[in-house]
Design a protein around this ligand. Structure first.
Ligand code: HEC
Ligand code: HEC
Length: 226
């Protein structure tokens, strides 16, 4: 358990540090906030409106694999955009979009989506295959694997500003992110926690976990991706 306690302290310490940063970074000028809404809803230059794919409420679009953005931490969103822009996070759709924005425009768009409300996830009724739920909620301590919900919150609701929401992300998107960490194709991210977690997952684990979190959608239809 020592590992988990140490990890917990690291998460808490870093969360506090980042919370302080987030307060500073949310202090955007009104002009920048307006820019964020304009970029998100109308696009800028050759960059299309984010809403085209991520939805005007930042709810995401499972059909095209665009994750929700609403209510994620501003620093998380900003870091992902910087990763795409620099080619450190690989995605043929998002890389040119992020690279087409200035750092200030990326910050403004991140602030816009971070401020949007997050609908509550709805727990799924237990299905015949509980493997995903068990791993997500209890982890596998024999292998030093903490429960996903220990960091991502109950029902994978997310713990901004640092830890993104998993509920309602699509199974292919979740799978791709976990594989990307296993293969070193996604930057380690906050505190370098996810590469360690992902390294402990088998292909079967990933399949059941992805199915579990994808099923934890929002209050509307699963089609809405929340
Ligand atoms: C043409 C569709 C499209 C448009 C337009 C688009 N995105 Fe994306 N976005 C995607 C897809 C697809 C992904 C998933 C990428 C992956 O699988 O890594 C994504 C991922 C992201 C992520 C990572 C989210 C996470 O949970 O890690 C962020 C942040 C993001 N987009 C922000 C934006 C912003 C801001 C804009 C507008 C400037 C925008 N996107 C415009 C399709 C789009
Ligand atoms: C010790 C804390 C911790 C644990 C345990 C943990 N995560 Fe994470 N997870 C994080 C952090 C921090 C991030 C943000 C990484 C970044 O900044 O790129 C993250 C991000 C993710 C993402 C990316 C989401 C997105 O929007 O792109 C996925 C998918 C994910 N975790 C899945 C899991 C799964 C599945 C488990 C359980 C097997 C798990 N995590 C356990 C801390 C944790």
């Amino acid at each position: 358990m020592g590992w988990s306690e140490g990890l917990g302290r690291r998460v808490l310490g870093a969360t506090l540090a980042v919370a302080a940063l987030a307060v500073l970074s949310l202090d955007l000028s009104p002009a920048l906030a307006a820019d964020g809404a304009a970029i998100a809803l109308h696009g800028v230059g050759t960059v299309p409106a984010c809403a085209t794919c991520h939805g005007a409420q930042g709810q995401g679009n499972p059909r095209i694999g665009a994750p929700h953005l609403a209510g994620e931490g501003i620093d998380y969103l900003r870091e992902q955009l910087a990763n795409f822009a620099a080619g450190h996070r690989i995605n043929p759709i998002m890389q040119p979009i992020a690279a087409g924005l200035t750092p200030e425009q990326r910050d403004a768009a991140a602030a816009f989506f971070a401020a949007l409300p997050v609908p509550a996830p709805h727990p799924v009724p237990p299905g015949p295959d509980r493997a995903g739920a068990l791993l997500a909620e209890q982890g596998r301590w024999s292998a030093g694997l903490p429960a996903c919900t220990q960091c991502h919150g109950p029902n994978g609701i997310g713990v901004p500003p640092y830890i993104p929401r998993l509920a309602g992300l699509t199974a292919p998107y979740l799978t791709a992110q976990l594989l990307a960490w296993q293969q070193g194709h996604r930057p380690p991210g906050a505190l370098g926690l996810m590469p360690v977690v992902a390294s402990k997952l088998s292909a079967h684990d990933i399949k059941t976990l992805a199915a579990y979190f994808a099923a934890l959608g929002g209050p509307s239809s699963p089609e809405a991706g929340r």
